[in-house]
Design a protein around this ligand. Structure first.
Ligand code: SAM
Length: 279
């Protein structure tokens, strides 16, 4: 039988064991998110977390919860497990539906993270055809920070929209607030409304949706924008719902380190294939 003192030392042992975890980088584990975060990732080690979790849209077993409370309990629990892993100066992006994002935003504010943007991803691919409301053609990406992390705004500039006006402005400038303003040759600052075609849409043949190796892969160019903006070369990027491995593939391409997990064995193998194919 355990005495109180034994139980106390067990807790101490676990705590001190946790403190000596050293993160292995450029590795994906075939683990559940909680096993992964609690046993494989050192506290205060992650520069950027790019998280595309279940949405409870019931599109697959892994995306199906008993009810909204069950889903939110799961969501807030993995966020709680993730937050100690973030460095003092770090960034966090979380994908979800706009409805779920409202709850997640509130939760993150309560954990003292700093809200930066409610990014609207215009998927250019309506996912439903309702007759009693507007078409849900977007997803939300919440951008939060801890401390003062990098934000490489120059690396994610976008082409100016009104090119004729900009051509004129490049020659003569535009008077703004009494000063002559010239457009930046690399484009405008990136807004919080993002246009990227979904992979589902890109893969359609004659307008028909095709079966893909993963149900919901995120566009690589969109993940590239996040990683370029909120990390530097050599930084550690974490994704605890790797899916097809998009975050890992893009991190590698941009010379960042990655660490992550994927619970589904088939998807875990897909990550490995995609990482190798991209070399
Ligand atoms: C939205 S998908 C991620 C897609 C990914 N961003 C991509 O570009 O391919 C979410 C993934 O989380 C995985 N997953 C769901 N529950 C999990 C859990 N408890 N632990 C780890 N992975 C989980 C699913 O198998 C699924 O592949």
């Amino acid at each position: 039988m355990q005495t109180n003192s034994t139980r106390q030392s067990d807790v101490f042992y676990k705590k001190s064991k946790k403190q000596v975890i050293t993160a292995k980088v450029d590795k994906i584990y075939n683990l559940d998110v909680f096993d992964f975060l609690n046993t494989k990732v050192a506290d205060n080690s992650v520069d950027l977390a790019v998280i595309d979790p279940p949405y409870n849209m019931k599109k697959a077993d892994w995306d199906t919860f008993k009810n909204q409370d069950d889903f939110l309990n799961f969501t807030f629990s993995w966020i709680n497990a993730l937050l100690p892993k973030l460095k003092e100066n770090s960034s966090l992006y979380i994908f979800n539906t706009s409805f779920n994002s409202a709850y997640i935003l509130q939760f993150l504010v309560e954990q003292d993270l700093e809200f930066k943007n409610w990014i609207v991803w215009n998927k250019q691919d309506g996912i439903s055809a309702p007759k009693n409301k507007f078409v849900n053609g977007s997803e939300t990406i919440l951008f939060f920070t801890k401390g003062r992390p990098v934000f490489n705004f120059d690396d994610i500039r976008q082409p100016y929209k009104n090119t004729d006006r900009m051509k004129h402005a490049a020659k003569k400038g535009i008077i703004k607030n009494g000063k002559r303003w010239f457009p930046n040759p690399n484009g405008r600052l990136c807004s919080e409304v993002w246009d990227f075609s979904s992979e589902r849409h890109k893969n359609k043949v004659n307008g028909k949706t095709q079966k893909m190796s993963h149900l919901t892969p995120k566009p690589k160019d969109m993940i590239e924008r996040i990683i370029k903006a909120s990390s530097s070369k050599g930084d550690l990027v974490l994704d605890c719902f790797m899916g097809s491995g998009t975050t890992a593939v893009v991190s590698k391409k941009l010379n960042r380190n990655f660490i992550g997990c994927e619970k589904n064995k088939q998807y875990y193998k897909l990550c490995a294939i995609n990482i190798i194919l991209d070399e």
